[in-house]
Design a protein around this ligand. Structure first.
Ligand SMILES: [Zn+2]
Length: 172
């Protein structure tokens, strides 16, 4: 076979509207992955050195739905039980997900069901591009960037880190 032969194109380059919102199914309590999931929610379990959720986000980035992870914000909808487990991460959830924002919402079973039959006692994760401005220091896109008079190009966390002994983080 000729070495110069071009690789077969499996998919035509069709100019198409790329959706900018995606829903990631992250269902279940991770029972089959215990004890790994005893202390960590399944989407954050690492496989080949990368959290399962990050692997999904990477595919969305490749597809152009979201830009770099820091251009994304996520809304995580989970059951009350999962919420109680995850909520301890609080504001640090976004550092685990490496996204600019991550909001955790406890929803009832009926609400979760609307996300699809695949979600049972689990989570639905909505990913969308953020409109917030980029902090020049950490590249996170945060709503307060531009509003801190002394440092209009920085986010609140970076201002804390350069003006005090540093932010306090417990988990991430
Ligand atoms: Zn920053």
């Amino acid at each position: 076979m000729s070495q110069t032969k071009r690789a077969l194109r499996l998919r035509a380059e069709v100019p198409a509207e790329v959706p900018h919102t995606a829903m990631v199914m992250a269902a279940g309590l991770g029972k089959r992955m215990r004890p790994l999931t005893a202390t960590k929610p399944k989407p954050l379990i690492e496989v080949n050195g990368k959290a399962l959720l990050d692997q999904v986000l990477e595919k969305l980035r490749d597809a152009g739905t979201i830009g770099a992870p820091l251009e994304a914000e996520v809304d995580v909808h989970v059951s009350r039980a999962a919420f109680d487990k995850l909520n301890a991460l609080g504001k640090e959830l976004r550092f685990f997900l490496i996204t600019s924002e991550a909001r955790l919402n406890a929803v009832d079973a009926a609400e979760l069901e609307k996300a699809g039959d695949a979600v049972v006692n689990g989570a639905a994760i909505y990913v969308h591009a953020t409109d917030a401005a980029k902090c020049v220091r950490c590249w996170h896109r945060r709503p307060e960037v531009g509003s801190i008079a002394a440092h209009p190009e920085l986010c609140e966390r970076c201002v804390t880190n350069i003006t005090t002994a540093g932010e306090k983080r417990e988990f991430a």
